[in-house]
Design a protein around this ligand. Structure first.
Ligand code: URA
Length: 275
């Protein structure tokens, strides 16, 4: 992206990429210009001059990435079989921790399975453990986790509640910390999905909350959380509500107002499912 500019400012490749990612996070999916262009009014293109043909060399085949390229179907099949064999949450945690078909496992400090009360009616699906979660081996224990607790506390729910009506259960799409907090790769989500599906079957929640883009991608095959949030849908065969991730709310406090309206919608749905 050498030579790119944004509003007259020269951008290096990393900054241009960060800006693009920010726009995607905000829900932008179609590039449009500030001003409409009347393409009927554009002058006809100048015909290309006749130039001698240039010999083009076929590119050399891309080098294979060791361990990642063609064993994906095999790793997926292995994950499916292992996940299906789990008969309890304890069993699933042990089996998933032992699964070696995901490279992230090698760099992570701890396996991060779940937290909260599995008897609770709401299952919250996050993205992947961050630094603090990697250190402690429990999901959502860093800054974003504290905000998550405050958010659910505001509607009377908590991960340490013993009363199932007030309890929440929390897990992530990925149980291993991605280095540098990078976004999970599609391949990593794919091989983790059989475990997530089995996890949800075993917990059997009434409602699933999909926190952020990675959870929406895994559950709905869709991204664009700012468009999806607050819209009830179905995921893993049950009612699901996409919500903005608390890490996003920490960076964008103005978005807390919409998150609050989503929490109220969640409380109302729980109430209506109880009657
Ligand atoms: N963000 C997540 O999505 N999950 C965690 O466990 C922590 C931060």
């Amino acid at each position: 992206m050498d030579g790119a500019t944004y509003q007259g400012i020269a951008l290096d490749g990393d900054t241009a990429l960060a800006l693009l990612e920010w726009q995607i996070e905000m829900g932008a999916d179609v590039p449009v210009m500030d001003e409409p262009v009347d393409r009927f009014e554009l002058p006809a293109r100048v015909a290309a001059p006749d130039l001698p043909p240039i010999a083009v060399q076929a590119p050399a085949a891309a080098p294979a990435l060791p361990g990642l390229e063609d064993d994906r179907a095999e790793r997926l099949a292995q994950a499916e079989a292992l996940a299906a064999s789990a008969t309890s949450l304890v069993d699933l945690a042990r089996i998933q921790e032992g699964f070696d078909g995901i490279e992230l496992k090698k760099g992570a400090r701890n396996f991060c399975f779940a937290d909260g009360n599995p008897a609770g009616r709401i299952l919250i699906l996050g993205e992947a453990p961050g630094d603090e979660e990697d250190r402690q081996g429990r999901p959502f224990v860093g800054r974003a986790g504290r905000l998550l607790d405050q958010m659910f506390g505001a509607i009377g729910m908590a991960r340490d509640a013993t009363d199932a009506e007030r309890a929440i259960y929390i897990t992530n799409v990925l149980p291993w910390h991605p280095p540098g907090n990078r976004d999970p790769h599609a391949d990593e989500i794919l091989v983790s999905l059989p475990f997530v599906r089995r996890h949800i079957q075993l917990v059997d929640p009434d409602i699933i909350v999909l926190l952020g883009n990675v959870a929406c991608q895994a559950a709905l095959e869709k991204r664009g959380i700012l468009r999806l949030r607050g819209q009830w849908t179905q995921a893993f065969g049950r009612p699901a509500l996409p919500m903005t991730h608390p890490a996003y709310l920490l960076r964008n406090p103005a978005a807390k107002r919409e998150a609050w309206s989503d929490l109220l919608s969640l409380a109302a749905r729980l109430e209506s499912l109880s009657v």
